[in-house]
Design a binder for this molecule. Sequence first.
Ligand code: MG
Length: 366
Amino acid sequence: MRIISVELFKADIAYHAPFRIAISESTSTENVFVRLTTDAGFYGMGEASPTRAIVGETQASVVETAKELSPLFLGSDPLDIEGLVRRMDACRGGQPTCKSAFDMALYDLAGKIQGLPLYAVLGGGKRDFWTDNTIGIDTPEVMAKKAAVFQADRYQAIKVKLGTNRDDDIDRIRAIRAAVGDEIPLRIDANQGWDYQTAIAVLKALEPMGIEYCEQPVAHWDYANMKRIRERTTIPIMADESVFDHHDAFKLATQGCVDYINIKLAKSGGIHKALKINAVAEAAGIACMVGSMSETRLGLSAAAHLVSARPNIRFADLDTHFDHAIDPVVGGVEIDGAGVRLTDTPGHGADIDPGYLDACESVKID
Ligand code: MG
């Protein structure tokens, strides 16, 4: 079986409301869907959700890189995922978000060709798990109101974006705790927004407030202070922007910088390398989370199968589609406060509404 065409679709999706984190504010996401079709009539769907401030890619760069990578796929065996991932890396360094869309489409194809849901293609089972829901940076009052809504909607943990300054960040968590009580775990994410002193001051103040872990307190390159912070607080430290691939995971693990690692397909270049990150982490006794950039339920479906297939992935942060004003996905994972529910449809189980795809600016390479 051979791949005979690559199609790229630009998907511009507005948010219900602006979403702010320490390093950026967004009012929409500009994603790219990739469709790989074979001569046997199977097709696989992937999604790139580029985050300029973290990965350095944009919708335009994803499309340009995808055009450059497409000849590698035409005429190739879709089941040779290792070979195609290596060929993408040899053709072009970096560009993990673009590569993740191809990787996701290949795994979707592998499932469809074998008649297996993706978790089974990955050698794993169907597990019950749930995701948190995330509150963007705002005033303490607005954030506390959202936290109460998420709690009422039965989310079992709330993720809170922080990373502006010490006093405001502490006030945010105080207000949220006052609104939701002491039981529900809070996960915080500074998105590199603190320096060492601020991180220590905030984390020390928050230690009695039921914080499950803190993501990326300082800059992605600042391994030394990640380690110092980890040694000086009881709140576990999770690396996000510091980990793109298994090499990053190995360095952070061997240097004792982190308790947990947040894997995102848009950083790792897809599922193939996400599995390598998880394996390195597991070898070091580090549990993982799978998170998301601003994927629709298509990208989230692929991520959810990965979570299901690997019990070392202890946490899930698969909530980005809640910010989107529309949901163009047909089938795929269902997500709410009660949990994340996978389908047994072959592949990741998600597709894009044909009418929506028709309206997207697209290019076909064959
Ligand atoms: Mg994060």
